[in-house]
Design a protein around this ligand. Structure first.
Ligand SMILES: O=C[C@H](O)COP(=O)(O)O
Length: 309
């Protein structure tokens, strides 16, 4: 695709025509390709590297109403030194009021502080509140903002409303990176996942993210595949590279490695770094550490060897 994208968002009609004119997703084909890539086996040496790469891509997340400063501090300690000589994770992801705690705990480590904002997870509030939620998290020191799109507006065809919200939140981010959560489990069709991916990228997303982790299904392999195709095609069309973050329900080393195979086979190895691919997960890290230990020593250390996720 070499179309000029300059005027795509110049009017409601132009944006609608562009998004509705995107090629439809072959549903059966996407399911089959994702399933086929999920059966790829990898050699033991490659597996050890893949586990460390996956650890370095984790956005270690806690997004519970019961979160406390103590829990976030413990999570940050684990983010810095997950166990043994394992690498640090990419980021910790917390609610906005806990950003100062994470910033303090991670100072000087290079680990990013990500915060959900824009009335996560529903996004049901005014644009004014979404922008101020974002600005507060950024002024507290967040390096990355994970915003949710207005799925109601998207599903009722108000693409320009969604576009303008993303543009406004991106402006409030300043130097912070913006991840746009599509909440694919609420988008009904794979065509919508492709459209929402393009909409977010056109509006200035630095990353597109599958899910909040609060809705099922979340980061399924076909959905991640479609989003990886979108960032690949967007870079071909514009020269701009956008990252991808599957999040929600990624719990095992097998899940993580399947994701890395999807990246490699779909977007390509330019995306195989924490700058361009993240795994949003609250409880994946322990399994990665256990499998890492098993590969190194031939036995599991047992879950009590690691701190709890
Ligand atoms: O953004 C990340 C998600 O909230 C994590 O979801 P999870 O608890 O299913 O790993």
């Amino acid at each position: 695709m070499t179309t000029s994208l300059a005027d795509v968002a110049s009017s409601d009609a132009a944006l609608r025509a562009f998004l509705q004119g995107l090629p439809g997703v072959d549903r059966v084909g996407a399911d089959q390709r994702a399933a086929m890539l999920g059966t790829r086996s990898i050699k033991t040496t490659a597996k050890a590297q893949a586990i460390d790469l996956a650890i370095s891509m984790v956005d270690l997340t806690t997004l519970e109403g019961a979160d406390t400063a103590g829990k976030v501090r413990a999570m940050c300690a684990k983010a810095v030194r997950p166990g043994g000589d394992a690498p640090s994770v990419a980021a910790v992801c917390v609610y906005p009021d806990l950003v100062p705690v994470a910033v303090e705990a991670l100072r000087g480590t290079g680990i990013k502080v990500a915060s959900v904002a824009t009335a996560f997870p529903s996004g049901r509030t005014s644009l004014e509140v979404k922008v101020s939620d974002t600005a507060l998290a950024v002024s507290a020191g967040a390096d990355e903002i994970d915003m949710v799109i207005d799925r109601g507006a998207f599903l009722s065809g108000q693409y320009m409303k969604v576009y303008e919200e993303i543009v406004a939140v991106k402006a409030a981010c300043g130097a912070a990176h913006l991840k746009v959560i599509l909440e694919t489990g609420e988008l009904s069709t794979y065509d919508n996942v492709r459209r929402a991916s393009w909409l977010a990228m056109l509006a200035g997303a630095d990353f597109i993210k599958t899910s909040t982790g609060k809705v099922s299904p979340a980061a399924t392999p076909p959905v991640t595949l479609i989003m990886l195709e979108a960032v690949r095609d967007f870079r071909d069309a514009t020269g701009r590279q956008i990252g991808v973050k599957p999040a929600g329900g990624i719990r095992t080393t097998k899940d993580a490695i399947k994701n890395l195979v999807l990246v490699n086979e779909t977007a390509g190895d330019d995306w195989l770094t924490p700058d361009w691919f993240r795994l949003g997960a609250s409880s994946l890290l322990n399994d990665l550490l256990m499998q890492r230990q098993k590969l190194a020593t031939g036995r599991y250390a047992g879950p009590d060897y690691f701190t709890l996720d």
